[in-house]
Write a protein that binds this ligand. Structure first.
Ligand SMILES: Nc1ncnc2c1ncn2[C@@H]1O[C@H](COP(=O)(O)OP(=O)(O)OP(=O)(O)O)[C@@H](O)[C@H]1O
Length: 249
């Protein structure tokens, strides 16, 4: 079980994240949800140890940086690399003057797992935004981190690729006994692909639990200021349709 203990985070004089504790079991996907400015990115950066000392613990022991994969919300690609070279950089600890066959094979497999093998020799800069986002995710995955912290990993993806990526992340967590923590805005996708959700609002952790108990109409109405219509999909998952709350005349 991973237990993360996060101290208060201040930006200038403002507290943007209150102290909190989060737990997640190996093999699980934990979704971090909440409205804009709730503190999701701040929390993820703390979990990944990006802003100073991270507080993530795994069975009571701090995770080494190389066991954590982090993908920020904003990404800008300017390196003159091919797609395969970019993914290969995810194995950089073992890279020397000669590239080991196993690193190449692992990089090719990481691309193939996301359906990107035909892009391997393309210059990274020539890819679309969604393709670049998936390549950068493959770069994180190829390191096989025990903790994968992803800030809106599907923000640039179409529906087909959202399903591919989220399904792959869940399978990756199960297969490798890894923990995936990711911020998502799409509550329907969060309900479908996350084992547990952590709901943040104004820097507070309001609740943490399975999607079916956490995503109540009341919580969505209060958290996002929308009137939710919660439907049930064919597979029993929740589908959340938001409606504007009309101001009284
Ligand atoms: N450098 C800064 N100075 C002042 N306030 C900041 C700074 N960086 C972040 N904040 C504030 O901290 C709060 C949390 O920001 P954060 O990026 O963690 O939110 P978020 O939940 O990820 O939002 P979004 O969904 O819009 O990405 C926001 O109110 C933001 O304005």
């Amino acid at each position: 079980m991973l237990t993360a203990t996060i101290r208060e985070v201040r930006k200038g004089r403002v507290t943007v994240l209150q102290p909190l504790r989060l737990t997640a079991a190996p093999g699980q996907v934990l979704g971090v949800i909440g409205p804009n400015g709730a503190g999701k990115s701040t929390l993820l950066r703390q979990l990944a140890g990006i802003d100073g000392a991270g507080a993530a613990r795994w069975s009571g022991e701090a995770l080494a940086a190389r066991q954590i994969g982090f993908m920020p919300q904003a990404f800008q690609v300017s390196a003159r690399l091919s797609v395969l070279e970019c993914v290969l950089l995810g194995r950089r600890e073992g890279l020397g003057w000669r590239v080991a066959a196993q690193d190449l094979a692992a990089s090719a497999a990481a691309l193939a797992a996301l359906g990107l093998e035909r892009l391997a020799q393309r210059p990274l800069e020539s890819l679309s935004g969604g393709q670049q986002q998936m390549v950068l995710l493959a770069q994180r995955l190829v390191r096989r981190p025990r903790l994968l912290v992803l800030d809106e990993p599907t923000s640039a993806l179409d529906l087909h690729h959202q399903l591919t990526v989220l399904g792959h992340l869940r399978a990756h967590a199960r297969r490798r006994d890894a923990i995936v923590v990711m911020a998502l805005h799409d509550l329907t996708m969060a309900a479908r692909f996350c084992d547990r959700l952590a709901l943040l609002q104004a820097g507070h952790l309001l609740a943490c639990g399975p999607p079916c108990t956490l995503l109540t109409s009341e919580a969505i109405r209060e958290g996002w200021q929308v009137e939710p219509e919660v439907l049930l999909a064919r597979d029993g998952g929740q589908v959340i349709v938001p409606h504007r709350i009309e101001a009284p005349q």
